[in-house]
Ligand binder design. Sequence first.
Ligand SMILES: [Zn+2]
Length: 108
Amino acid sequence: MKDVCFCDETFEILVEAEVSADPIWCNKCKANLDLDELPISEELKAELYEWNSTFSNHLASHNYNGITQSFSEWLNASGENLTKKLSAELTNTYVIQYHPYESIIKEK
Ligand SMILES: [Zn+2]
């Protein structure tokens, strides 16, 4: 993709859940990217939006202190799965990496 971040052109994408921003980043300059810039299906975009908003809601309901162990397992397994789907849709031109979310709250 051209002119979407601080690089002239990037084909390195990082997937990481984020509050109030799309969950994709340039893996070179770390700029947050707009999901709409990615040449992927509407279906996969919707899945990524939903995954990210589930994360935001969970974080908000724990006063932004972190996420629980069981939620982190779900988040990271789903994140890996979405990253695989992205790689499949974006073919070999792009290198996609998933960054797991680790801030864990102890469950009572
Ligand atoms: Zn960049």
